[in-house]
Design a protein around this ligand. Structure first.
Ligand SMILES: N[C@@H](CCC(=O)N[C@@H](CS)C(=O)NCC(=O)O)C(=O)O
Length: 259
């Protein structure tokens, strides 16, 4: 049994997307953000209180890129990973970790000091500096994509999931219109995958199936913005989620939770 603990828009989207790519069955457990404040019992599962947490065969994993790597290896062989014998193996590992370590971390600073700190603790200079820092690091992605549809070996891999999540978060926080053109096209290509839509539908099912109270309780958006989301998918399935509201639209059904 695989259980994935996830908060809206958090890095746990990476393993969720990988689970859908691999066609595995899993239990998705949505938590209010931040769980260490709003779901104290979660600390019994993951003592550091972060998401993702993936529990499989009594093993706990808490790093989003490592979980993707584990799933691909354990449930492969799959084209989602690159073998050491393939020419792009080193690039693959590099992009897999670049997505988290280089592209996601600066965004947590942007969110924290731009939106979630008390107004008197906000630091516009940090927001500006780390926005530029992030956009500067995107240049490597832009170069890597020249003449390619995906980052390595001309096929979609979990390295694209890792970087794709960082692009999703960047779009949510308003940096999307500053992506280089080929990065934007790449991001659109990633979103058009069936697994991406299925991941969002899994979230929608879980949100619709659980008590609204969980979301009503979570009104502080945490410190790194995992609950701050505006996600728009191609109709007919679209989900808009935000700090202020969660709106899920599944064909012909609108549900509005006011938080
Ligand atoms: N490097 C970890 C970072 C995990 C992490 O910090 N997750 C954030 C959400 S995106 C979190 O759970 N924050 C809540 C907290 O710090 O209490 C990963 O890639 O999974």
């Amino acid at each position: 049994m695989i259980t994935l603990y996830h908060c809206m828009s958090a890095r746990s989207f990476r393993p969720l997307w990988a689970l859908e790519e691999l066609g595995l069955s899993y239990k998705l457990n949505m938590l209010p953000f931040p769980p260490r404040v709003h779901a104290r019992q979660y600390l019994d599962i993951n003592p550091i209180g972060t998401v993702p947490a993936l529990v499989i065969d009594d093993i706990l994993m808490t790093e989003s890129a490592a979980i993707c790597q584990y799933l691909a290896k354990r449930f492969g062989p799959t084209a989602l990973e690159i073998d050491p014998e393939e020419p792009d193996y080193a690039k693959y590992l590099n992009w897999l970790h670049y997505g988290e370590a280089t592209l996601t971390f600066p965004q947590t600073l942007i969110l924290r000091y731009g939106q979630f700190e008390e107004p008197q603790r906000r630091l516009p200079q940090v927001v500006e500096d780390y926005s530029r820092w992030f956009l500067g690091r995107l240049k490597a992605i832009s170069s890597a994509l020249e003449g390619r549809e995906y980052l390595c070996q001309n096929r979609f891999t979990i390295a694209d999931i890792s970087v794709g999540y960082a692009l999703m978060l960047a779009e949510f926080i308003g940096l999307g219109d500053r992506f280089p053109e080929n990065v934007m096209l790449y991001w659109q290509r990633l979103q058009s995958r069936e697994s991406f839509t299925k991941a969002w539908l899994a979230i929608a099912r879980e949100v619709l199936g659980q008590t609204v109270q969980t979301f009503l309780d979570s009104n502080d958006a945490g410190r790194d913005g995992a609950f701050c989301t505006i996600a728009l998918l191609t109709p007919p399935q679209a989900i808009f989620c935000s700090y202020d509201f969660v709106l899920c639209y599944i064909p012909c059904i609108y549900v509005l939770f006011l938080c």
